[in-house]
Design a protein around this ligand. Sequence first.
Ligand SMILES: Nc1ncnc2c1ncn2[C@@H]1O[C@H](COP(=O)(O)OP(=O)(O)OP(=O)(O)O)[C@@H](O)[C@H]1O
Ligand SMILES: [Mg+2]
Length: 336
Amino acid sequence: MQLRQFTRKTTQSVEGIMVAPRSWDEMSGVYPNATETQPTLLAVGGGKGGVGKTLVTTSIGIAMAQQGKRVVLIDLDLGGANLHSSLGVRDSRASLNDLFGSAEQLGDLVIETGIEGLGMVSGAHDALNIANLPFQQKEKLVRHLRKVDADYVILDLGAGTTYNTLDFFIAADIGIVTTIPEPTSIENTYCFIKSAFFRLLNAPGQPQDVRQVIQEALLRRHDDALSIRSASDLVREIERIDPVYGRTLKIRLRQLDLRLVLNQVLDTADIQLGRSMEMVTRRYFGLEMPVLGCILHDRSVQRSVRAQRPFMLEYPNSRAAATFEQIARSVMQGEE
Ligand SMILES: Nc1ncnc2c1ncn2[C@@H]1O[C@H](COP(=O)(O)OP(=O)(O)OP(=O)(O)O)[C@@H](O)[C@H]1O
Ligand SMILES: [Mg+2]
């Protein structure tokens, strides 16, 4: 494939929630063997289906590749893989399925997209068994993702809050939350953040009394997405019960690097919504989720989807394409 040669940076990162914390060093991301070069993992998620996760994945990926980075997109929508068609890629012989069968490395499954610097891994088509991956297989997949020979690996996640989706989202270095300015989507977004928060808190290995406090908090008014008004209080409570464990949790929460992409915006009121979501997330969850960008609603997106041509290539001069370029730049700047 046409991935450029590139001097890669050194990163240190935590493997994610899937690994039970064994030591303070591990919880704080200080691995003894973490000096080898690794790609930065971005995960594109969001509570609701059809809000533009695949559009965001492909467009940021293309924008990064056009700006000289080596990027691999991975279709992790294990229930409804369609990344290949949105890129107009017909070669889907190799897919994630093979990783759980014959393929040795995830790199073996990377196929060309026809765009210089951009490769992709197709999702599993016969998703029945893979849509509910056992824990060890997820761990294995994350290890493989970290070994992909690229600067950025971008995960296109499925909708909803399944453990698969949450675990890959949490395991990524940067979690891009995608939403549209509609009440159901916003509600689902908070529900997604809440689920990720609790999934992280519920990582294996916590002391019994801490587990109990978390379970009690989970049961409290769980029908309301914002019911854990005391999310930060809960962490404080955990810290009070078990100071060491509480501190490690705080570190993990701090490592949850969330960014918001508001898609299909129509007017300035929608843009303001991004800022209020940022505020609510800080207030209720104690998490920072800066707005990465607001993508205009643009009919050309539908046209490009129908033509099975990437939007960024079909309409490179549109305002939406310029926003994606800006988003890609700001993610890359944060990494340098
Ligand atoms: N900025 C936009 N302007 C206009 N239409 C858009 C925009 N973004 C997305 N769409 C429309 O929404 C549809 C869904 O987008 P996309 O497939 O990227 O969403 P998704 O979140 O990946 O969906 P799924 O949950 O099914 O995987 C697109 O096919 C397109 O018709
Ligand atoms: Mg999608």
